[in-house]
Write a protein that binds this ligand. Structure first.
Ligand code: NAD
Ligand code: MG
Length: 415
């Protein structure tokens, strides 16, 4: 299963409702940044979609508001403590309320035309798989699914015969730029990176970067985890791995360019010398709408780019000495599925530790690298061949990374 245009066009029928009526959608991670943008897309085209399930981790009030707005059939909150508040807020609406991880899986397993995978982190793997196994096509924002379980995740999608449509703006751009061509025609795929809030900071300044500074993304408004990943450029590293899986393209043909204007999201250079780029405003409603209406195109009021106003588009090679996460992710991609799995787990632990004030900004990438090295030394360098393997390795990666956090934190205290 890939999003190479060949595979996608092969399975066109599967994302189109058989009766020609509105498409049925579920939103996994409905209260987050991707979830909110998805709701905005649906509200622009109310007759084109109906919503089956909306899910969230916590914040019952917010989830209930979303469920009412999109007239979902069921709203599920992962945190069991949120059930009473959710049920209360939905009383009299006819919308079912449920809670707990199992209930999230059951809601995700309700067949729909497209399930939006908008949960953050490897926590999204099981719910997204439940949707795949139910035969629902996936609008994939949750890149950690692929970083954690790449090959086995895609095997499941293949087995179920479902289409994976890329929501991530770079991958959505590349998918569109590929435009029906086989990956054999491609010389190079380019992902752009804004460079994040520390694009021009020295390494010494970055060492002392506070979470509130790292959370100020210059161009995109996103959830906290991906915003920190954008500041370290780990996000771009994870996206290289994501592109490798989605487009079945080897690491050597994947390139990154820093493009601070965030107008060109991705490019495909073909062997004949032609390069096709996809451009647009930095607004996730655009790729989400593309995935939800695909293979057709809908109409959206999302902001338009104004190239005359932007004036200049600039591109530069990333500085991997200040942003080592990019090299660490490339190394993991070359090492194999075990390494990307552990890298993802370690990065999730490290980002949480940084936001909690336990480690410094530069230690995020260092901790991720050390964890992959430690996993190799511990003999964990065997790539998962089942989802169970991937989940077990993810747990082990988190255990090693948490021990590293304690080590780093102790060092900081001693200084
Ligand atoms: P977010 O933190 O804003 O939202 C995450 C959502 O997942 C929330 O609804 C939350 O309640 C839910 N959630 C969190 N942990 C959960 C758990 N354990 N079980 C069930 N639900 C849980 O995150 P986001 O920025 O919307 O990102 C979501 C995913 O999309 C990430 O994988 C991110 O990398 C990817 N992505 C986001 C953007 C963006 O613009 N935000 C762009 C590209 C890709
Ligand atoms: Mg992206």
């Amino acid at each position: 299963m890939t999003t190479s245009s060949e595979t996608v066009s092969d399975t066109t029928a599967e994302t189109v409702p058989s009766d020609g009526g509105p498409k049925r959608i579920s939103i996994l991670g409905a209260t987050g940044s991707i979830g909110t943008s998805t709701v905005a897309v649906l509200s622009e085209q109310p007759d084109s979609f109906t919503v089956e399930a909306v899910t969230a981790f916590g914040n019952a009030k917010n989830l209930a508001r979303v469920a009412r707005e999109v007239k979902a059939r069921i709203a599920v909150i992962a945190d069991p403590n949120g059930y009473a508040a959710l049920a209360d807020a939905l009383e009299g609406t006819g919308i079912e309320a449920a809670s707990g991880e199992q209930a999230i899986l059951e809601a995700a397993a309700r067949p729909v035309d497209v399930a939006v995978a908008g949960i953050v982190g490897a926590a999204g793997l099981q719910p997204t798989l439940a949707a795949i196994r139910a035969g629902s096509s996936i609008a994939l924002a949750n890149k950690e699914c692929l970083i954690c379980a790449g090959s086995v995740f895609l095997q499941e999608a293949n087995r179920a015969g479902v289409t994976i449509l890329p929501v991530d703006s770079e991958h959505n751009a590349i998918f569109q730029a590929l435009g029906g061509h086989a990956v054999e025609d491609v010389e190079k795929v380019v992902l752009t990176a804004s460079g994040g809030p520390f694009r021009e900071w020295s390494k010494a300044a970055m060492a002392g970067a506070r979470p509130d500074e790292a959370l100020k993304h210059p161009n995109w408004s996103m959830g906290p985890k991906i915003t920190i990943d954008s500041a370290t450029l780990m996000n771009k590293g994870l996206e290289l791995i994501e592109a490798h899986h989605l487009f079945e393209i080897d690491e050597g043909r994947l390139d990154v360019l820093v493009h601070p204007q965030s107008i060109v999201h991705g490019m495909v250079a073909f062997h004949d010398g032609t390069t096709i780029a996809a451009l647009g405003a930095a607004d996730m409603r655009i790729p989400i709408a593309h995935c939800l209406t695909w293979p057709d195109r809908g109409v959206s009021d999302s902001p338009r780019m104004d190239l005359a106003k932007v004036g200049k588009l600039t591109f530069a090679k990333p500085d991997t000495s200040r942003f080592p996460a990019l090299t660490i992710a490339r190394d993991a991609l070359r090492a194999g599925g075990w390494a990307t799995n552990v890298l993802n787990a370690a990065n999730e632990v490290a980002v949480k530790a940084y936001l909690g004030g336990d480690i410094g900004f530069l230690e995020i990438a260092r901790l991720a690298e050390d964890t992959v090295d430690a996993a190799r030394s511990a003999g964990l360098d065997r790539s998962p061949s089942t989802i169970g393997d991937a989940l077990a390795l993810d747990r082990e990666g988190r255990r090693i990374a948490s021990a590293q956090v304690a080590r780093f934190a102790a060092k900081t205290t001693l200084q």
